[in-house]
Write a protein that binds this ligand. Structure first.
Ligand code: ADP
Ligand code: MG
Length: 240
C-alpha cells in the first residue's frame, strides 16, 4: 500500500532522510519509533505530500507521490494524517470539522457527508459532542474528532504522528483504543509512537529510525524484546 524506495530528503544541506526502504502492505499496522530529530515526522509528511523529497520514490497503492505531478493533490487525499496537536479548526464544531474535507476537498454531497460524519463521531464515542467546539473538548476527545475527520476522507491508509504525545496520561488509553479498533478492522496504518505497549500489541512490524536511516525493522515482539542495535536498545531503555 505504501512503499519507500531509497528515499532521500534534505532541508538545505541537512540530509534528514538518508535512503529509506520500507513497505507497508494493505491492512498492516507499522509503528515507526526513534529518537527526536531522527526524521519520523518528515517521513510521514513526505507520504502525503506535505514535504517533497529529492531522491528515491514513495508510492501509494502503486501511484508515485511526486511533487511535480498534477495529480499530487488527489494522490495525497488517499492518505489521511492525524497530528500530535489535533489541528482541528477552532471555530468549527466537531461535526463541521469531520465534514470539512469530504465537503470542501472531495466535493461530496453535504447531506450524505453529514450522516457519515455523525456515524463516525458515534464510532469514536462522541455522539454527544457533535455540536461542541474544540475548546470545550478534552485533548482525548479532540484527538478522537481528528481520527473521525481522518476517516471521513475514506483513506486507503492513515498516518499518525505521535497521536498521544500531547495528551494527559489519563486520556492516552481512549485514543489508543480507537486506534486498536481501526487496526482490527484492517485499516492500513503507519504510526509514529513512543507507546511501546501499543506497538507490541497492535503492530505487525516496527521500524526503528535513527539519523534518517532505518537501522532495524521486524516484528514488534522481536525488536522490542531483543533489539540488535545499541541505538535501539538505548532508545527502548529510555521510553519504557
Ligand atoms: P522527528 O519527528 O523524528 O523528531 P523530524 O522529522 O521532525 O524528526 O525532524 C528531522 C530533522 O529535520 C531535525 O533535525 C529537524 O530539525 C529537521 N527539520 C524538520 N523540519 C524542518 C524544516 N521545515 N526545515 C528545516 N529543518 C527541518
Ligand atoms: Mg516528530
Amino acid at each position: 500500500m505504501i512503499a519507500f524506495d531509497n528515499v532521500h530528503k534534505s532541508f538545505g544541506r541537512h540530509e534528514v532522510l538518508r535512503g529509506i526502504d520500507a513497505e507497508i502492505a494493505k491492512g498492516q499496522v507499522v509503528c515507526l519509533i526513534g529518537p527526536s530529530g531522527s526524521g519520523k515526522s518528515t517521513l510521514l509528511r513526505c507520504v502525503n505530500g506535505l514535504e517533497d523529497y529529492q531522491r528515491g520514490r514513495i508510492s501509494i497503492d502503486g501511484v508515485v507521490v511526486d511533487a511535480a505531478s498534477p495529480d499530487l493533490h488527489s494522490i495525497c487525499t488517499r492518505v489521511s494524517m492525524v497530528f500530535q496537536k489535533f489541528n482541528l479548526f477552532p471555530h468549527r464544531t466537531a461535526l463541521e470539522n469531520v465534514m470539512e474535507g469530504p465537503v470542501y476537498v472531495l466535493k461530496e454531497d453535504r447531506q450524505e457527508v453529514r450522516e457519515r460524519a455523525m456515524a463516525l463521531l458515534n464510532r469514536v464515542g462522541l455522539a454527544e459532542k457533535t455540536n461542541s467546539y474544540p475548546s470545550s473538548l478534552s485533548g482525548g476527545q479532540q484527538q478522537r474528532v481528528a481520527i473521525a475527520r481522518a476517516l471521513a476522507m475514506r483513506p486507503q491508509a492513515i498516518l499518525f504522528d505521535e497521536p498521544t504525545s500531547a495528551l494527559d496520561p489519563e486520556m492516552v488509553g481512549e485514543v489508543l483504543q480507537v486506534m486498536r479498533v481501526l487496526a482490527d478492522e484492517d485499516m492500513t496504518m503507519l504510526v509514529v509512537t513512543h507507546e511501546i505497549q501499543f506497538a507490541r500489541e497492535v503492530s505487525d512490524r516496527v521500524l526503528f529510525l535513527d539519523g534518517g536511516r532505518i537501522v532495524e525493522q521486524g516484528p514488534a515482539g522481536e525488536i522490542l524484546r531483543d533489539p540488535k542495535h545499541d541505538r535501539t536498545r538505548d532508545f527502548l531503555r529510555r521510553v519504557t
